[in-house]
Design a protein around this ligand. Sequence first.
Ligand SMILES: [Fe+2]
Length: 310
Amino acid sequence: MSQVQLSFDDRLKQLPTLGMGISTEFGALSAPNSLDVQRLKRELPLCAEVLEVGVEVAKGIDSDTLQWVAESCPTTYHFLDINLAEPSDFDQLWLEGVREIISQINPAWLCGDAGLWHHGPRAEEHMLLLPPILSRDSAYAFADGIIQLREETGLEVFPENPPGHVFVGPLHLLDFFAIVLDRADTGMLLDAAHLTIYQDFKGLPVTTGLSSFPLDRVIELHMAGGSVKRSGELTFIEDDHSPVILPGTWEIYETIASSLVELRAVIFECERNRFEDCEATLRSLRHQLDHKLPQNSSWFRRSNEFTSIR
Ligand SMILES: [Fe+2]
């Protein structure tokens, strides 16, 4: 039986714990006032255990990521260009590009926002990110795409709850993803900052829906800063990845931490900020992870798993 035919519980046993890290996209770490990764690795190595690489196949991999890989440091592959719910988006040219990048960065798994990454054909001018329609049929379509990408790559594919200020469909975001996870028999990348934005948009307490959500399926967690903005009568949270995590996002973390028994990676999305501006939050987050996650969780069951599978 191949790896992808096993149940998720069995596949999970093969999945390494990567730890805490940061994210990047093509060119982000070389942009003005961006995070100095070498300094991060030197001064806060426990906050630089993994690099989540945002990938648009057409752009490829930048030199900062290649250097990270050359130093034998773990990565995950965060896709930025696939509409999982559209079978026609899985064209052979794109899949060949995905496999090429996998061979370059050797990611532990694939992950990314389950939404629409482009409108119309995949082309530079068409790239955007729209949230999914929150219906059961839509959840099934996303699950089919996750299974297909898993089978095409031989790697786990963890959907992320995307950001957005307008959502359509009858389901709560967490109920939608619970269906996706069950149907695709997979785990999830929960973005706590995106969830804060969603709950705020819906006028709900930030922890709504979490008590019935399968938190043991959260394999990766994103934490990120945001900013409260005002436009006329409208107040909203912008997903700007600023260095300060909003209170609502911390509240989500506090609420779920003791249930994250299968957590294997935590990413603080801060790469477009200077080290000096991120340092306090990076230290605080690492402290919270080591003190709030359950002692019997995968977070504390690390060995040489990653090096053994490379
Ligand atoms: Fe995220």
